[in-house]
Design a protein around this ligand. Structure first.
Ligand SMILES: NCc1[nH]cc(CCC(=O)O)c1CC(=O)O
Ligand SMILES: [Mg+2]
Length: 337
């Protein structure tokens, strides 16, 4: 119940007068525990490539990635989300490389878990890094992404990640029924601790552009889009059904993606379903903020922290963001005003 407190008995500015009372009345907080850092991994040794549309983000070979992981871990970031850059020759229509036990992701997971056993490692379950056509699944002769056939491959992919030691598998493909199939397969192989973070409400967004540059899938996809499986930005009720299905099928955590344009969805998911809910502050959101900051038009640190607080206020328990390391550094030195 909201009590109406008329002026001047109530002056809302009274509490804002000093830092101490502003701090006392803060409703939401941001901590390093709320962050997941997405990273891009490359084949080879000593490789480190900048991503033009994501300033400050690199594609790195495993040796360099271990240094990044070490920094993230020492800053207190709980988990990394791993995305592979697949060489063109390893891509194929049926994405066989996705479940190669010695594939790039599987090798990277083993290395990371061996070196930093307490750092959470999350892997992306979807076929787009491996398909020659750039779609997240197998396609028929018309280019339509096939659901059930794709799910069979996703199950193999998720199992290969779990076997390599991934702590969290995160299906980002938006096929129907994949959470249930993956959960059943994990149980049958006794991977009972492998967590599933479901990209449950993933929209057919144009904010993924820089990510597709980073992993090199933009060229493969060409003019095609993902509207037959990712959600229409016009919908919100549908997101709740997607989330509810994934929960019933065995998801431990759910995600809304992108983040900033979908704060209403995060809020509804958290308030109506009350489960661990994550936001993906996607590549295009990072890029636009970085571009403005690099031009001197916005304050990077302040706008970044305000964005993160927006996610927390909306109800997100955590955020995947390419800026996780910067945020963790600001939090570590208390530079959050
Ligand atoms: N399954 C692919 C995947 N996993 C994460 C992202 C986007 C992340 C970002 O933009 O930061 C995408 C792109 C897409 O669906 O095309
Ligand atoms: Mg679904």
């Amino acid at each position: 119940m909201i009590v109406h407190r008329p002026f001047p008995a109530h002056r809302p500015r009274r509490m804002r007068h000093d830092a101490f009372s502003r701090r006392l009345m803060q409703e939401h907080t941001l901590s390093v525990n709320d962050l997941i850092l997405p990273v891009f991994v490359l084949e080879g040794q000593g490789q480190k490539e900048a991503v033009a549309s994501l300033p400050g983000v690199y594609r790195q070979s495993i040796d360099h990635l271990l240094e990044t992981a070490d920094r993230a871990r020492s800053l207190g970031i709980p988990a990394l989300a791993l995305f592979p850059v697949t060489p063109a020759e390893a891509k194929s229509p049926a994405a066989e490389a996705a479940y190669d036990p010695d594939g790039l992701v599987q090798r990277t997971v083993r290395e990371l878990k061996h070196t930093f056993p307490d750092l959470g490692i999350m892997t992306d379950v979807a076929l787009d890094p491996y398909t020659s056509h750039g779609q997240d699944g197998l396609t028929d002769s018309n280019g339509y992404v096939l659901n059930d056939e794709t799910v069979e491959v996703l199950v193999k992919q998720a199992l290969s990640h779990a076997e390599a030691g991934a702590d969290i598998v995160a299906p980002s493909d938006m096929m129907d029924g994949r959470i249930g199939a993956i959960r059943a397969a994990l149980e049958s192989k006794r991977h009972i601790h492998t967590r599933i973070m479901a990209y449950s409400a993933k929209y057919a967004s144009s904010f993924y552009g820089p990510f597709r540059d980073a992993v090199g899938s933009a060229g493969n996809l060409g003019k095609a889009d993902k509207t037959t499986y990712q959600m229409d930005p016009a919908n919100s009720d549908e997101a709740l059904h997607e989330v509810a299905m994934d929960l019933q099928e065995g998801a431990d955590m759910v995600m809304v993606k992108p983040g900033m344009p979908y704060l209403d969805i995060i809020h509804r998911v958290k308030t109506e379903l009350k489960v661990p809910t994550f936001a993906y502050h996607v590549s295009g959101e990072y890029a636009m903020l970085r571009a403005a900051a690099d031009n001197g038009w916005l304050d990077w640190r302040k706008c970044l922290l305000e964005t993160m607080m927006g996610f927390r206020r909306a109800g997100a328990d955590g955020v995947l963001t390419y800026a996780a390391m910067d945020i963790a550094e600001y939090l570590a030195v208390g530079d959050i005003g």
